[in-house]
Design a protein around this ligand. Sequence first.
Ligand code: SF4
Length: 367
Amino acid sequence: MPAVSASPATRHDWSRAEVEVLFDLPLPVLLQRAADVHRLHFDPTEVQVSTLLSVKTGGCPEDCAYCPQAQRYHTGVDATKLMSTEDVLEKARQAKAAGASRFCMGAAWRSPKDRDIPKVAEMIGAVKALGLETCATLGMLSSEQAQALKSAGLDYYNHNLDTSPEFYGEIIHTRDYQDRLDTLGHVREAGMKTCCGGIVGMGETRAQRAGLLQALANLPAHPDSVPINRLVQVEGTPLHGVAELDAFEFVRAIAVARILMPKSMVRLSAGRETMSDELQALCFLAGANSIFYGEKLLTTGNPDTERDLALFARLGLRPMPVVETSGTVHADIVVGATLRSTALPRGESVGGNDGGLEDSPPCTRVA
Ligand code: SF4
């Protein structure tokens, strides 16, 4: 059994065997280890809360087997054009009024065309001018595009590895693993923070789940946020009907992610709507400390805000406060007084994550 010291150094050289041994630990032992690591770097009673707006939905030319936004699958998702800056700004204002400090914009593109960059840059600049942190997920980026987005004021970029290198070819055929690594490199080189994770429950083996987490942990810099998505099966996509992942196996993936990337935000992302409160609580025990908040996660449902608020109250959790260091704000949402109460009036949401996401399916590369 590999040693996981009381104060583990941040490592980037995990072997597959080491990661698999962690996965194979008895669950109570694995949870204890993950909880110990979590407490070294975070207050375990705090959960970071994020929000997301789909600024361009559907019609994507890629073939990600899990995604209803791929135009080749018949999922009933209508493609939309890129939202106007003014419409995005309106959502951003709502988000800010609800307490958001970071605003994430997602577009279903293989990669932005160069002609799209000025429009997105305008959005980013306008959102930034509201005093919000900015985050985007737009597909693959060239070095020049990453630099342009950084110059426009983009703070974070989301780009997931999705799965392990050896299983990747079963899921996506229209771009390869190295394309993803290249985009992440361009984002880092441009000086932006990375949000990067993957999806479990796509029919991969435990060893392949270990491979995903190994690949994430061995990136040159651990992602600031590591979204771990549980597949949301959507009719019409190739992965509809795949065997459901055992709930405890999902918990194991969260715990191993926490151990491998001790200082990252490990985020419960797509698939949370179908998780019981008890499963979510187990995930928090295993070291998850970030969620997406609001009624929709790009194109699939996300637990109601009221349910989230009630769960936080029952578990004694609270949203991670904004921490300012050297003028930089860390944390996605400041819900403050709203979340100190246990529920919002029916129909009122936190985070401005509403109409723009109503009809859109899960681009789980986001989150
Ligand atoms: S996951 Fe993203 S890149 Fe893949 S098909 Fe969906 S929108 Fe396109």
